[in-house]
Structures are given as structure tokens and as C-alpha cells.
Design a protein around this ligand. Structure first.
Ligand code: FES
Length: 101
């Protein structure tokens, strides 16, 4: 699946991934602003992204544990996701994610 990131510098980077989490893909490719400090267990929020509103159907809704974590983040909105919780599959193809500040 092709996954596009927009960084805080307004750089647009499209990556191709087949499996694993979106966070791992971003970290492996050095996407600025995605740190994945907790290793993908939904407890650090350093993998926070905003899904473009028109792409929410591709990602689905945040889980409860994810929402709880996001509540602690001032920059969170209803399009926020922790991208370690986004499993790469063809369903995500073409999604655009704006990296949170
Ligand atoms: Fe820590 Fe996603 S990597 S919450």
C-alpha cells in the first residue's frame, strides 16, 4: 500500500509498505516527527498523525486505548491516530497522514 506523510516542514513523502505498522514504516524511513518511542504499544503518542478527513474511511476509528492516550495530547483532534496502531494493508492504499507537531 502507498502511504503518504506530510511532515511539519510541509514535506510530502510517499512510502510503499506491505506489512507491519505504519509507525515502523515511518521510523525505518526516517520520517521526521514519528519517533515510535514505546515500540508500538500505544503508550507514548510519539507516532501521532492526523488522517486527512477524506481518508478516515481507510483507517477506521481509533480504539479506546488509543483515544485515551490521545486525550493527553493538546494537538489531538477527531482525525488523530497513533500510527503504531495502523496495520499496513491494501485498505490503507493512498492514505495521507499529516504528522502531528
Ligand atoms: Fe508509542 Fe505509537 S509508538 S504510541
Amino acid at each position: 500500500a502507498k502511504i503518504t506523510f506530510i511532515t511539519s516542514d510541509n514535506e510530502t513523502i510517499t512510502l510503499e509498505g506491505t506489512s507491519g505498522s505504519v509507525m515502523a514504516l515511518a521510523v525505518d524511513n526516517g520520517i521526521k516527527g514519528i519517533d515510535g518511542d514505546c515500540g508500538g504499544v500505544c503508550s507514548c503518542a510519539t507516532c501521532h498523525v492526523h488522517v486527512l478527513p477524506e481518508h478516515v474511511a481507510k483507517t477506521g476509528e481509533a480504539s479506546e486505548i488509543e483515544t485515551d492516550m490521545l486525550e493527553l495530547d493538546d494537538d489531538a483532534d477527531k482525525f488523530s491516530r497513533l500510527c503504531c496502531q495502523l496495520e499496513i494493508s491494501e485498505a490503507l492504499d493512498g492514505v495521507v497522514l499529516r504528522v502531528a507537531k
